[in-house]
Design a protein around this ligand. Structure first.
Ligand code: PGA
Length: 259
């Protein structure tokens, strides 16, 4: 089954308002020249929270959608420094990244990631939940066990409504491949995406077939064509290469035609 491809740029903690607007403008003008491709491919950028409002004003409800990089599990209240889902919606977000390994490294555990995913659904956002093993876990042969636990923690937090469950996005991001220039090998990606798909269909039935599974970790123009053509790879979550419009657009161009 082919799902609509999803290409997400995670800008992380890079860019002020002006440079974010310039980058978004460059991506948007590239997308305007790719109208046919946009029928098969959804494109999202996740800029720093401080640039979201300006970008929302700029992009309106057009083809280039906005996402947050994180959200609070709470709806409002005394949570200094946190941003909740309603606030992200208020500045034009449709999506939100949840449980990125850089956040898990600050102490977010599987249960909290599950609660944040539930908060995203509650607040009308589509969560992009990141899973993936560290190098040590892979070398110990524990990659699948780690990812199984990460997925298992999400299941009880999923909404009941089938259309909401189907909108879930999972990003497989091996921690050792993020920002290192060393992507996972196609066989490793194929095996893990197949494994995640089997966990999802086992738990969710037909809805699990619809969930999009992205690959992330040193995805770039040079490897995008190979990786995005793999079975059960429904798109990509891109860090470093999303900070250059030409590279990001080249990855979008690498989405196979049969999507
Ligand atoms: P990278 O980051 O593409 O720079 O490896 C991916 C991510 O952190 O989502």
């Amino acid at each position: 089954m082919r799902r609509r491809a999803l290409i997400v740029g995670n800008w992380k903690m890079n860019g002020l308002i002006e440079s974010s607007c310039d980058l978004a403008d460059a991506v948007l003008s590239g997308l305007d020249q790719r109208a046919d491709r946009m029928l098969r491919c959804e494109v999202v950028i996740c800029p720093p929270a401080t640039a979201l409002y300006a970008l929302h004003q700029r992009l309106g409800g057009g083809v280039l959608k906005l996402g947050g990089q994180n959200l609070s599990e709470h709806e409002s209240g005394p949570h200094t420094g946190e941003v909740c889902g309603i606030m992200l919606r208020n500045v034009g977000c449709w999506f939100v990244i949840v449980g990125h390994s850089e956040r898990r490294a600050t102490g977010e555990g599987n249960e909290q990631v599950g609660r944040k995913m539930a908060a995203a659904f509650r607040d009308g956002l589509i969560p992009i939940v990141c899973v993936g093993e560290t190098l040590d876990e892979r070398e110990r042969g524990a990659a699948e066990a780690v990812v199984r636990e990460q997925i298992a923690a999400l299941l009880p937090c999923l909404p009941v409504a089938r259309n909401k469950r189907e909108s879930l996005v999972v990003a497989y991001e091996p921690v050792w491949a993020i920002g290192t220039g060393r992507n996972a090998e196609p066989e490793q990606i194929l095996a893990m995406h197949g494994f995640i798909r089997s966990l999802l269909t086992e738990a969710l039935g037909a809805a699990g077939e619809k969930v999009r599974i992205l690959y992330g970790g040193s995805l770039k123009p040079a490897n995008a064509r190979t990786i995005l053509a793999l079975g059960d790879v429904d798109g990509g979550l891109i860090g470093g290469a999303a900070l250059k419009a030409a590279d990001f657009l080249a990855i979008i161009d690498a989405v196979p035609d049969e999507y």
